[in-house]
Design a binder for this molecule. Structure first.
Ligand SMILES: Cc1ncc(COP(=O)(O)O)c(C=O)c1O
Length: 367
C-alpha cells in the first residue's frame, strides 16, 4: 500500500460540506453592499431575521415569537450561551450518545458535568423512555440530543419524541435541548420534527440551530437559539455584556437563506443524492457495517469493528484503524471520540470524484 505522503489525503472527516453560496443569498448580500451603511443590530439580532425565523417555526405549528429567539455567532456559540445561562455548577447534562464530540467541552466550559446515556446500533439508536427515566437523577438539569443525529444520521420521529417528552414532563426541573442544525438534510419521507412543535406546558424546551449545514452558509458564522422568553432575555443580556450582535451582513445572508429555505435544502438534497448512493453502496459490501440507513445529515457511521486488530484494546484498535485509513489516504472521524470505538464517521458532502477515490482507497484497507 502506498504511504500517505505519496497521496493527496482526501478528507471525509470535515463537518462542513463543499457547498457554494446559494444564489438568493449572494444577491441579498450584493444588494446590501450597494446600500451602505449596513444596519446596526441589537444584541439579540435584527428584528426582521428573528421575525422570519419565528415564521419558519410557526409554519411547523410551533408557538414561537421573535422574543424567544437570539441570533448568535454560530450554533456552537448558541449552545454555549444557552448552557452558560441555564446551568449552575454541579448541574449534570444527560447526553444521548453517540453524539457530536463538541458537546463535552461546551458542557465543561459552562461549569456542568456530562453524563452519557448510550444508545445502541443493534436497535438503530432507539431512545428508550424507560432508560431516560432511570438515568434522570437529582442533579440532572438538562437532556441534550441532536435531531438528526451527528454522527449516526438517525432521524427521531414525532412518535419517538412524544414518548421521550412524556418522561421529561414528569421532571419539571429538567430542560430539554435539541440541536437541530441538520434538520434540512433528510432522506426519509417525513420532515424532521422540531422540538418546538410539541406541547411545552412547563417551559422546558430549548432549540439551537444554524446556517452552516442545511442552509449552506459556510463561513458566515451565524446560528440562533430558541427558548422561553425569560431565558432568551437572559441570553441576550449575556451576549450584550460579553460581545454583541452578529455582523449585519451575516444576518442579512441568514435572512435571505431563511426566506429561501425550501429551494436551498432542495438543491442540497439533489446535489447529495449521487454521493449518498455511492457511499451506501460501498458500505453495503462490508457485511454488517450499516444495518440501518442514515435518514438525515450527510454522514454515515459504519460499524467497522470487524476490521479492528483483536490484539489491541478497543480505543487503541479504533485509533489504529483510523491510522490505517489515513495511511491509505483517507481521513475519517474516529468513533471513539464520541464513545463508539470501531465506528467511523464518513461525510459524503465532498466532490464526487474525491468520494469515488476515497472509496477506492478505503476498499484496500477494509477487506
Ligand atoms: C451537532 C452540531 N452542533 C453544532 C455545530 C457547530 O455549528 P456552527 O458551525 O454553526 O457553529 C456542529 C458542527 O459540526 C454540529 O455538528
Amino acid at each position: 500500500m502506498p504511504a500517505s505522503s505519496d497521496l493527496n489525503l482526501i478528507s471525509l472527516a470535515s463537518g462542513y460540506g463543499s457547498f457554494s453560496l446559494p444564489e438568493p443569498v449572494a444577491q441579498q448580500v450584493q444588494r446590501a453592499l450597494t446600500r451602505l451603511p449596513l444596519p446596526t443590530s441589537p444584541a439579540e439580532g435584527l428584528p426582521e431575521l428573528r421575525q422570519a425565523l419565528a415564521h419558519r417555526y410557526q409554519a411547523q405549528a410551533a408557538t414561537v415569537v421573535p422574543g424567544d429567539i437570539v441570533v448568535t455567532p454560530g450554533t456552537k456559540a448558541a449552545l454555549f450561551l444557552l448552557l452558560a445561562t441555564v446551568l449552575r455548577p454541579g448541574d449534570e447534562v444527560l447526553l444521548l450518545s453517540p453524539n457530536w464530540f463538541g458537546f463535552a467541552e461546551l458542557i465543561r466550559q459552562a461549569g456542568a458535568t456530562l453524563r452519557e446515556l448510550p444508545l445502541h446500533p443493534a436497535d438503530n439508536y432507539q431512545i428508550s423512555p424507560d432508560a431516560v427515566q432511570a438515568a434522570i437523577g437529582p442533579r440532572t438539569r438538562l437532556l441534550l440530543f441532536t435531531n438528526p443525529n451527528n454522527p449516526t444520521g438517525r432521524v427521531y420521529t414525532r412518535p419517538e419524541l412524544a414518548a421521550l417528552l412524556a418522561v421529561t414532563q414528569q421532571h419539571p426541573q429538567l430542560l430539554v435541548l435539541a440541536d437541530e442544525i441538520y434538520d434540512g438534510i433528510r432522506f426519509g419521507p417525513e420532515p424532521v420534527p422540531t422540538l418546538l412543535s410539541f406541547p411545552d406546558p412547563l417551559g422546558q424546551h430549548l432549540v439551537v440551530n444554524g446556517f452552516s449545514k442545511s442552509l449552506a452558509l459556510l463561513g458566515w458564522n451565524i446560528g440562533y437559539l430558541v427558548a422561553p422568553s425569560a431565558v432568551a432575555q437572559a441570553c441576550t443580556a449575556r451576549q450584550f455584556a460579553t460581545g454583541g450582535a452578529v455582523a449585519a451582513l451575516s444576518q442579512l445572508a441568514a435572512l435571505a437563506a431563511t426566506e429561501a429555505t425550501t429551494d436551498i435544502t432542495q438543491e442540497l438534497h439533489t446535489g447529495l443524492l449521487t454521493n449518498r448512493q455511492l457511499l451506501l453502496d460501498f458500505l453495503a459490501t462490508l457485511p454488517g457495517a450499516l444495518p440501518a440507513l442514515p435518514l438525515g445529515t450527510y454522514y454515515a457511521f459504519p460499524d467497522l469493528r470487524a476490521f479492528l486488530d483483536p490484539a489491541l484494546a478497543p480505543e487503541q484498535a479504533s485509533a489504529d484503524l483510523v491510522a490505517r485509513l489515513h495511511a491509505a489516504g483517507v481521513a475519517v472521524v474516529d468513533g471513539a471520540t464520541c464513545g463508539a470505538p470501531g465506528f467511523v464517521r464518513l461525510s459524503y458532502a465532498v466532490p464526487e470524484a474525491e468520494l469515488r477515490e476515497a472509496i477506492r482507497r478505503m476498499a484496500q484497507v477494509l477487506r
